[in-house]
Design a protein around this ligand. Structure first.
Ligand code: SF4
Length: 57
């Protein structure tokens, strides 16, 4: 899923949990798994699930 970092910050991360075992939001470019879009530097995706089909370039 290609999205802006601001949008990603409202999506749950499959890896991160709070101390109460609740899901945490994506950390965007603060995370080593974040992949920045080649053509639109304001957008990207979580690299855990591979490259999205709609991520041209
Ligand atoms: S980019 Fe990092 S923080 Fe965001 S969903 Fe993927 S693994 Fe979690």
């Amino acid at each position: 899923m290609v999205l802006s970092e601001n949008e990603a910050k409202f999506k749950f991360c499959p890896l991160l949990k709070t101390t109460e075992d609740k899901m945490k939001f994506c950390q965007g470019s603060m995370c080593m798994m974040w992949r920045r879009h080649d053509k639109d530097k304001d957008k990207g995706w979580c690299g855990l699930a591979g490259k999205p089909l709609n991520a041209a370039g």
